[in-house]
Write a protein that binds this ligand. Structure first.
Ligand SMILES: [Zn+2]
Length: 164
């Protein structure tokens, strides 16, 4: 019986890693290369479970949960994965959707890809430098861009001060 227990444990481990590999393949990082890279274990250690789920597993935080929704100071929002400046407080606005929203992004900060996880296709946004998932982009934002960058607060670090 102990032998069977071990075999089952080994099977569970290999199944878990297969699922992990699948999640990786369908993630923002498939087929792209980034200046900042870490192993999956390093990412988990660096980010902690909540940020890891968003940034590396394409997760979405519950609407209304981010303290950044009430952040109205001038400053910059950095990728929580690699500290690349991604958004300015100048373009932040309240979209009423429950996630920090911006109508523009800083130059050369993000890359996008088509996201077909929901029935209606969305544009996924991830960090140009480390590939971490940040959120989604919609076409119902305010002028002058008409874009809504709907970003998970856990994917951002806010630093008050200069707003670029
Ligand atoms: Zn990054």
């Amino acid at each position: 019986m102990p032998h069977i227990t071990v075999t089952r444990a080994a099977f569970a481990v290999s199944l878990a890693s297969a699922i992990g590999a699948f999640a990786f393949m369908r993630g923002a990082r498939a087929g792209e290369s980034y200046a900042v890279t870490h192993t999956d274990e390093q990412w988990q250690r660096l980010l902690g479970p909540a940020r890891y789920q968003i940034l590396r597993q394409n997760g979405t935080e519950p609407p209304g949960s981010s303290p950044l929704l009430n952040e109205h100071r001038a400053g910059l929002y950095y990728c929580a994965g690699c500290d690349l400046a991604a958004f300015s407080s100048k373009t932040k606005y309240d979209a009423g959707e429950g996630w920090p929203s911006f109508y523009s992004v800083l130059p050369n900060a993000i890359r996008t890809r088509a996201d077909h996880e929901l029935i209606e296709p969305r544009t996924e946004a991830h960090c140009r430098r480390c590939g971490s998932h940040l959120g989604h982009i919609f076409d119902d934002g305010p002028q002058p861009t008409g874009k809504r960058y709907c970003i998970d607060g856990l994917a951002l670090k806010f630093v008050p001060g200069r707003s670029a």
